[in-house]
Design a protein around this ligand. Sequence first.
Ligand code: ZN
Length: 495
Amino acid sequence: MTSDEKGTAMRKKQMHRLSRAVFSLALIVSCLVFAGALFGQGAPAKARPGREKIDLLVAGGTVITMDAERRVLEDAAVAVRGDTIVAVGPRAELEARYVPARRIDARGRLVLPGLINGHNHAPMTLLRGLKDDVTLQDWLQNYIFPAESRNVNEEFVARGTRLAALEMIRGGTTTYADMYYFEDAIARETKAAGLRAVLGETILDFPAPDNKNLAQALAYTENFLKRWKGDPLIRAAVAPHSVYLCSEKTLKESAALARRYGAPILIHLSETKREVDEIRAQYGLSPPQHLEKVGVLGPDVLAAHCIWVDAADMALLARRQVGCVHNPSSNMMLASGVAPVVEMRAAGVRLGLGTDGPAGSNNDLDLMEEMDLAAKLQKVTRMDPRALGAEQALEMATIGGAKALHMEEEIGSLETGKKADLVLLGISAPHAVPMYQVYSQIVYALKASDVETVVIAGRTVMENRRVLTLNEAEVVARAREYGARVKQSLAAPPK
Ligand SMILES: [Zn+2]
């Protein structure tokens, strides 16, 4: 061996040792990182210089952003500070950039924007299944109105909302829109449960459980709007029931009140053929045209159903930026008809998805099911399996719903600057494997029971299927008691 050869051999040996050392070091580091990933859940990480502190990192899952590019990111993360998303991107990148106070391990799970239920009557959970399989008229006159007049008070509404909130959280709903009575109590319960909501106090031309005339209803609603102004979770709204239960005066005064406070207007619109026929006979206009003439339509209106709308109505609703909410279960259950979802989308209408009330028109608050039904109802009605796809159905329950609620700047997708409302879906159940296409898995295969963890405004409200903001056993037990009470009230002669 020449000295040259000796030198080369030495260098080779040194290089070999060095690379072994580097390899061992890398192994130790990666073990530490892995151990950190395993044992570091929930434990505050040590701040390293140059890394920013955040409150929460949801790390390691498949993130379905529902952003404009519809990005689906594998092994990604969502970084949250306060109630806001500060970054969405590759897990490794975000882990290098941030020190989270808390971590949620999303490995082997889907991370979605929280679902948005665009139409509900939450307290009606306590009347769930009171009477089904009868006509709308029979149901209302002989069951719902008597049950409501004998039972609905502020306590009933609060208890029903608690049950609804529990059900919605467990099904991945993070925002809902509601129309009922004693909406102030609904707001209190909703906020306590940690849910986000647009809550409309119902106004109509006959005595309601809370207010007996228009003046009372407007006064109650004005106080309600004042009380919740600026709340980070609750958006108080005005809900004139419909064009068939509200006179022109009621519609006008409700809209004027809402606009004085910059509050949304919630209404039922073109739900049945009968409604359209009656309004045409009375005013010579379709329900949307009538609302336009009265001055109600605008970019602050959320209209439920919009089933019996023609091309002119759709163009009007799109032009006035009205949000429309499709409720497939309710429309099928009450045989109201099939909303022209495909045409409304094509016309550029802001279109969300809802459950409607859980009594006699659904009967649950399961948006996972509504997505599935929304797609399948369009397919069978049009005899075309391509009519509405899974991605479009998910869109209606997320960013579409946000647009319908005119809240697309805040919610509906997982993007920097938006509110941290997100859900983790498990994908290990028998009905969840294997997975070829993520959108169709979510819409056609996964269920509300696959929702594991729910974060709203950065706060974890359900973790591994345990709701942290409500006493589940107590809520369910009290709901059963109410069921017995309602049954008894209907057996007794009216007061
Ligand atoms: Zn409704």
